[in-house]
Design a protein around this ligand. Structure first.
Ligand code: PDD
Length: 284
């Protein structure tokens, strides 16, 4: 089946979907993005993704190119044109096209691109049933990773390091030995006394939408949560570990740097959160 993308007002077959070589997203990573889960052809947590998008754009002083309502129509159209049942929709907005110069161009309109693709639900489920291995890597990113920019080179290298070491993902560790987050997900542990811990959200992590919904689920289930940094050693000794993102929801982590977490199988807390998640996420 042919795939379609939205590029600056037009729905185009993939082979015709192009942006200019002087797009600032391409040259400077001067662009932001969002990834929404799609279930039964519907967007999960669109409202919160749009709110984070507005914030990312405002931080970079890029004007919102269209209303959230219109953007919602475009996202749905791309999902429909690509016949996505279960998958993701990707939105990228760059500052636009201009002669290469670091300073903001005077007259420029943002470049808007939307794509969508299917994910393999059975494979994701099988992965979650087994759990994944992660390795730690130094967090060498810039100081504003709370802004969801396409500047993901450290994340790219971290993920590849993980794969090269036979793991599935990487967890970033800051200069104080604190786990910040995963290469494209937020990191969590369950302590030996049953408390959930995830790093507090400031400029050093991306405030994940899945993280926010998971916090709601945790509170509703009456579990205790602490939003604070945790050291790698605390993670090695955790009862459970997992990571959250729009494309994985709650993904159990069963090995960190070769240390077996708990009994080496997905734990009851991660499993319950994964099961309950979509009762709390908004679908539209
Ligand atoms: N990544 N941290 C980082 C660095 C991320 O890139 C992501 C999401 C998250 C989780 O955010 P959310 O729960 O809103 O998906 C945390 C997306 C899925 C991606 O880059 O594909």
């Amino acid at each position: 089946m042919s795939r379609y993308a939205y590029v600056n007002g037009r729905y185009l077959p993939f082979r015709d979907a192009k942006v200019h070589i002087e797009d600032r997203g391409y040259q400077f990573a001067d662009a932001v993005y969002e990834v929404c889960e799609v279930r039964q052809g519907r967007l999960v947590d669109e409202r919160r993704h749009m709110a984070r998008l507005s914030r990312s754009l405002a931080e970079l002083r890029i004007a919102m190119p269209m209303s959230a309502r219109t953007l919602g129509i475009v996202l749905r159209e791309v999902v429909a044109k690509n016949r996505i049942g279960y998958g993701l929709v990707y939105l990228q907005i760059s500052r636009g096209v201009a002669r290469r110069d670091l300073a903001f161009p005077q007259q420029v309109s943002p470049t808007v691109v939307v794509t969508a693709r299917s994910l393999n639900q059975t494979r994701n489920g099988a992965l979650a049933a087994k759990g994944i291995a992660v390795v730690s890597v130094p967090d060498n990113r810039w100081g504003r990773v709370d802004i969801k920019t396409v500047g993901l080179l450290p994340n790219v290298l971290a993920r590849q390091t993980a794969i090269d070491r036979g793991a599935r993902d990487a967890w970033f560790v800051d200069k104080d030995g604190i786990v910040t987050e995963a290469a494209s997900a937020n990191a969590w542990i369950v302590t030996p006394d049953g408390k959930l811990v995830t790093r507090h959200a400031d400029h050093a992590i991306l405030p994940g939408i899945t993280r926010a919904v998971t916090l709601d689920v945790i509170k509703t289930l009456g579990l205790t949560v602490e939003e604070r940094g945790f050291q790698l050693e605390e993670a090695y000794a955790a009862r459970e570990a997992f990571e959250t993102s729009a494309t994985q929801i709650v993904m159990p982590v069963v090995r960190i740097d070769g240390h077996v977490i708990g009994d080496g199988k997905p734990g009851p807390v991660a499993t319950a959160l994964r099961r309950e998640f979509h009762r709390y996420a908004e679908v539209g």
